[in-house]
Write a protein that binds this ligand. Structure first.
Ligand code: GYE
Length: 303
């Protein structure tokens, strides 16, 4: 191949470049808002965006990125379903002089293999959820944890942060912890199974995202219990459907994780193609919303 390396490239404008975007899939409301934000911003700034939906399969994403490299796109954006297994592909991109930007999840690879990563503080999110539940239950809870995609750093970190927070309370215990893959359907199915085994024993659900919590809420109701009352439910993302569930009293609280990465993403890509330096890591901040705040806040929720 005759691709010039990054240093040999002429600075470019956004309207002149092609960006290949390998998206995880469409597993959650968060993810759909994330895709939309990036697609809309690309259009606004006249960037040619090649969108590849990975359908939540790691190999689909690897193949898509290899395709982008072969095509010789200017920048590659990856929202990785799984954090492991990226090194060979990232090395290929580096050899081809194509900068890689990670968004929404990180990868397990040396920092020099990508230009920058934009995520939230996932450990903080888990910790915040745990602290909230501790306060809500006076430090006494028997919990079902619905884990995200286990091979994703975000699931590992949300688990870690939560475990850290509840470790300070000897009467808070995780009774069962199982993956619902960040989807509503699986959150419901897993909750049905876990309720069949632990009904009467548990009084709280911690879901790594709102979609799984919304699925769990359906399962709790189907089991004849009141979500938000018999079983406290806390999750992460703060998408609109979560606010609706809070207004119905079924979800108790949600920790915000902002999916609207589009503007920041293209500001960053703009700097990269102009040859400017960008920070290795950008943390998008969040806050917690309790159900008492839902009615006042829902109108101004952008996703
Ligand atoms: O919280 C979840 C999604 O990677 C931060 O992935 C993202 C997570 C988000 O499917 O809903």
């Amino acid at each position: 191949a005759s691709e010039a390396d990054a240093a040999g490239r002429k600075p470019k404008k956004l309207s002149e470049i092609v960006v290949g975007f390998s998206q995880t899939g469409a597993e959650s409301s968060w993810r759909i808002a994330h895709s939309k934000s990036i697609q809309e911003e690309a259009e606004k700034r006249h960037v040619q965006l090649l969108f590849a939906d990975g359908q939540n399969v790691h190999n689909n994403q690897v193949n898509a990125v290899n395709g982008f490299i072969t095509k010789g796109v200017d920048v590659i954006v990856i929202a990785p379903q799984e954090s492991v297994g990226w090194k060979p592909t990232l090395k290929e991109a580096k050899r081809a002089g194509i900068p890689v930007v990670l968004t929404s999840r990180g990868v397990d690879a040396e920092e020099d293999l990508y230009a920058t990563v934009m995520v939230a503080d996932f450990v903080w999110e888990g910790r915040r959820a745990g602290e909230w539940l501790a306060k809500q239950t006076n430090g006494s809870a028997r919990i079902i944890e619905l884990v995200g995609t286990p091979a994703a750093d975000v699931a590992v970190m949300r688990k870690t942060g939560f475990a850290e927070a509840i470790a300070k309370h000897p009467d808070m215990k995780i009774i069962a912890s199982q993956s619902g893959d960040f989807t509503r359907t699986k959150g419901k199915a897993v909750m049905e199974t876990l309720l069949a085994a632990h009904k009467g024993e548990i009084n709280a659900v911690y879901a790594h995202n709102d979609d799984m919590a919304l699925g769990a809420i359906q399962a709790i109701q189907a089991a004849g219990l009141k979500p938000g009352q018999d079983i406290q439910v806390i999750s992460i993302d703060a998408v609109k459907p979560a606010f609706e569930a809070m207004m119905e009293g079924k979800l108790n609280a949600t920790v915000e994780c902002n999916p609207l990465h589009g503007p920041l993403l293209f500001d960053t890509i703009d700097k990269i193609v102009r040859g400017e330096k960008v920070p290795k890591r950008t943390i998008v901040p969040g806050q917690i919303f309790e159900r008492e705040q839902a009615a006042a806040a829902i109108g101004s929720r952008p996703y």
